[in-house]
Write a protein that binds this ligand. Sequence first.
Ligand SMILES: *Cc1c(COP(=O)(O)O)cnc(C)c1O
Length: 389
Amino acid sequence: MKKNTKLASAGRKPQYTQGTVNPVVQRASTVVFDSVADMHEAIKERGNRTLFYGRRGTNTHYALQDAITELENGAGCALYPSGAAAISQSLLSFLKSGDHLLMVDTAYEPTRDLCDKILSGLGITTTYYDPMIGAGIKDLIQENTKVLFLESPGSITMEVQDVPALVKEAKAHGLITMLDNTYGNGWHYRPLEHGVDISIQAATKYIVGHSDVMMGVAVANEEYWPVLRENSYLLGQCTSADDAYLALRGLRTMPVRLQQHEKSALAVAKWVEQHPLVDHVRHPALPSNPGHEHFKRDFDGSNGLFSFVMKTGNQKAINRFLDSLHHFKMGFSWGGFESLVTANRSMAALRTTTGWEHGPIIRLHIGLEDVEDLIADLEQALAVYESHL
Ligand SMILES: *Cc1c(COP(=O)(O)O)cnc(C)c1O
C-alpha cells in the first residue's frame, strides 16, 4: 500500500468505528464490567485497545493512536494534552536524578526552559550542542549521558540535523534518542526509520491543522514503547475523546493540506529571497539552508513554515512591519489553514552554544490563502520596515 492509501484506512478498525466511517466519540471516566472475569481480563490488558479506565483511553483514542503509530512506523503512540507535555513526559519517563541530557541548541524555547528550570532542579544536567555537530557529538557524551534529544529542522532557524550520524554515536554509547518531529510530522519525515527511538510531535500543528485543539503525540519503537506507555500513564497523561476525534479528522486531510502549504511557502520564500532588505532565507528545501543536504537525503518534502533574516533592523521597524500586515496574523503556533508571523530581533538569548551573528529573523507560516495576496501583503509591510530603518 502506498502512503495516501495507508493513511486513509489507518486506525479504522470495526471495534472503533462501529459501522460508520469515523470512530465513535467515546467519552469516559469509569468503565463498567459485567463480571469479575471481565474485570480481570481488562486488568491484564490495561487499556491496550480494550476498555479499562478513562485515563487509559477509549475507542476514539485507540483509533488515533493506531493511525499515528502507522504514520510514524512505530510500535505504539502515547497521547498528551499538548506538544509541550509530550516532550516533558517523554523526557521524564526516562531520565532520573544524576543523568545527563544532550539537548540541541536550536530546541523549541519551552523545551530549553524545561531543561533549565525543571530538569535542573531534579538533578538532571543538560549540555546544549550545535545542531550541525554530526558525529562530533561523541566528544560531548559523558559517563552519565542518558538521552540525546534532537529537533530537526531547528526551531525558527531551521538547521537540518544529520540524524543518521548522531544516532550512530548515540547507539554506540547506549543513549536513548528522541526527536521533536513537529516539522516532519510523520508525512515528510519518519525518524524511527532513521534509527531514532522516540518521535515526538505537537499534533496541535499540522495533524489537527485548524488551530482549534492542543495535542501532543510520542511514537516509540518496540524497545521503548512499553516504558513510555506505562510511565506516561503513571504521570497522569490523558486527552479528551473529543480532542482525539478532531485530531484524527485533521489527520485524514493532512497530506493534501501539506501539498498546498509546501507549494505556496516555496513561492513566497523565493520571492522573499530576492528582496533587497533580506540577507537570506531559512527554508529547508532551499540550498542556502544549513543542513539542506540532510533535508534532501532524508525528507519527502517541506511545508508552510520558514524564516528569513534581515540585513539590518531595529525593534521599531519590526513592530511597524508586524502591525502593518493584514493577511499574516501575529501569533504563536503554526500548522493551521491561516498565515502567521512572529519576529525576533536577535536569537542570541536562545542559542547559548552556537550564538547568533545575524540580524533580526522573521518567521512565517504560509497558510492556504492565495500566494499573490500574501506576497503583496509582505511587499507593503517590508516598505514600512524600510521607512523605519
Ligand atoms: C508548537 C511546538 C511545540 C509545542 O506544542 P504545543 O502543542 O503548543 O504545546 C513543540 N515543539 C515544536 C517544534 C513546536 O513548534
